[in-house]
Design a protein around this ligand. Sequence first.
Ligand code: CA
Length: 221
Amino acid sequence: MSNRTISMTGKLYDYLLQVSLREPPILKRLREETAKLPQHGMQISPEQGQFMRLLVRMLGAHRCIEVGVFTGYSSLSVALGLPDDGHITACDVSEEYTAVARRYWHEAGMDKRITLQLAPALETLDAMLKRGEQGRYDFAFIDADKGNYLNYYERIIRLLRPGGVVAVDNVLWDGAVLDKKDKSKDTVAIRKFNEALHADQRIELSMLPIGDGLTLARKRS
Ligand code: CA
């Protein structure tokens, strides 16, 4: 019973939420507003947000990066776990979705902790490297276009301090990673990404079956 991960039924998932979820009311409202959008599947689950908040607390993180903001649930979840001088550089290209994010960051009093960079994330990350910010970040979250996952990761590994952690979303891709006939661009990119991290000796890693699969990679000290 304990030598593999438990299969999550709907009822067991409800129980997990019932006895562990402590979702701040503002995050609940953001989640409910986002659920009405056509792209609502891009939002992380509430227990994943809570897990990432716990993670930044455990890391004692101050400086964070987010690649892929959408309507801001993950950035707000993380920001609420940071100390007063904590900061997130949040990268996205959608003005429309990040307008929702900004509204909630402001309402939560977290807009001072989050700087939105409305540009292709590779440009923002390259500019940070150019400014000499290597090794200065504690935590990063990648949840954007899958075809660029490895490109984001390579930059973020350089921006993280030794011991810093990057979390990467959708690594199980709704199970499509298993389907050998699925040669779609995103599925192929995620398989390639997972295999690259498995072999990457610069990090220690763990793939967690939370949400759609979340890989944690810690840059070796
Ligand atoms: Ca995602």
